[in-house]
Design a protein. Structure first.
Length: 172
């Protein structure tokens, strides 16, 4: 998305800025909220437990993930590196909804931002990660500074600031 923004194919983007380099000289970066990452499993799975989960206990499980290039993919790789094993990834997809549908269908588990909690609330359970694996994404509005006086972007920035103020500690 950043490359499309740089090429002026997009006016503004909402992205995780946690693992992205945003050049403050070129882009306005307005943080909206922080979002925790969870382990997603089918709601009717025997894997559903109370409390936090240790990824090492999921060594024998199948996983689905986003394709490389997504912020959640980077965090996914990092979490399993900390856990000390390479997850058995049965498939990679290009959108979070397909990934959640695969979890719902029992194809595999995944790591997912908490903001998706309500999307499949009855069929996918989000389990909090144990301390060594906990991750948090910062979601922000990003647009070119050269367009900061564009009336539409000014309105979008104003709404984004109001949203951020009204949700000061919104977590997944």
């Amino acid at each position: 998305l950043l490359s499309r923004l740089a090429a002026q194919q997009l006016d503004a983007i909402l992205i995780s800025t946690s693992d992205s380099f945003i050049d403050d000289q070129l882009y306005e970066n307005l943080p909206l909220f922080k979002d925790d990452i969870y382990l997603a499993v089918p709601a009717d799975s025997a894997l559903v437990t109370e409390g936090t989960v240790d990824l090492r206990d999921f060594r024998q499980q199948k996983f689905v993930s986003l394709a490389e290039g997504f912020a959640t993919y980077h965090g996914f790789q990092e979490a399993f590196q900390i856990a000390g094993f390479e997850p058995d990834i049965v498939t990679q997809v290009n959108d979070i909804f397909s990934m959640l549908s695969l979890v719902q269908a029992g194809v595999g588990c995944t790591l997912i931002p908490g903001r998706m909690k309500g999307v499949y609330a009855d069929t996918v359970k989000l389990l909090p990660l144990a301390e060594p694996y906990q991750m948090r994404q910062t979601i922000a509005l990003v647009f070119a500074r050269s367009r900061e006086r564009d009336p539409n972007l000014l309105a979008l920035a104003a709404e984004s600031r109001m949203y951020a103020r009204s949700h000061p500690q919104k977590n997944g």
